[in-house]
Design a protein. Sequence first.
Length: 386
Amino acid sequence: MRFLSVVGARPNFMKVAPLCREFRRVPAVEHILIHTGQHYDQQMSRSFFRDLELPSPDINLEVGSGTHAWQTAEVMQRLEPVLLEKAPDLLIVVGDVNSTLAASLTAAKLHIPIAHIEAGLRSFDREMPEEINRQLTDAISQLLFVTEESGRRNLLREGVPADRVFLVGNVMIDCLLRYREVAARSAILRDLSLLGNDNSVRPFALLTLHRPSNVDHSDTLEDILGAVLQLAEQLPVFFPVHPRTRNRIEALGYASRFQGPSQRNGNGLRFLEPLGYLEFLALMDRARLVLTDSGGVQEETTALGVPCLTLRNNTERPATVEQGSNQLVGMDTQLILTAAGQVLRGGFRSDRRPPLWDGHTAERIVEVLAKQFQLDLVPEAGAVRG
């Protein structure tokens, strides 16, 4: 049997790495890894592959950046001859990026079965491009692997037969639990002067911001940055910033305000270059507070029990709010500050992980695939252990 997995952007790497290890249990399967090149920063891409012990991609389509339509079409155009040549028995896609949808559409036209990992998540906000990608990918997939109960309910409500839906847990948490101790040895905390002489960690916050709905609208971005700058008067806020987001902030004239009086006592909002997986995990694990518009960060902070304020009005991951440490606070300056103040005073719900977020999701996925394709598993796994 030949299974072909497609990745395109950083969140995909964390989701496919545990699967690559777990496929060692299935000697009858040749597993081929394709990188579309949607994440076009080659240096950062290489660092993620290194940190996650991922094998080098068998094929890199080198698509690069572009509009949603151009990028989706380019992945399809470059992937189709690969699928025709390799003739896989199964295409595996993860998450909700453009590469996920493009690969799924290409496979569906060639009558190749599709397994979607992280299926069923819904924000019910079709202004999010990821929501379109999720819904369309689910509609043409034969095997749908779900991270949380809401995903199972969504798919059943949309008419997906129950025997095609599998609640297996969150494969990205497999990755986090595997590398948490490795990340703790990172020098990032010392490099940022956050460690005291007794190795205690100075309180700090961590910010990520990338969604067009936040970054591309000046009023929204100003509201968020206004709140963050006020919060940064109380403790340092570290912001690994994408070049595109940095350009938007500089265009609004905010960059000069990052070097303000609050930095005299070590506080302030600090730009960082984009971080590798281990460095970011090390910061996230020790943060007093995380502010984000990222779906993956909502999940990771829930698994770590770190307070998270999500700078959105909705989430496709409701388990992080219902069971975890995540709060939806929107983009209003005062609401963000009020919620941050409650967290800093110790008033937040913490660290219940949703069911099956235990570090063994990849094992369950591979066991389902082995059963579906009537394949034998070897007893020794290269699997993730929480």
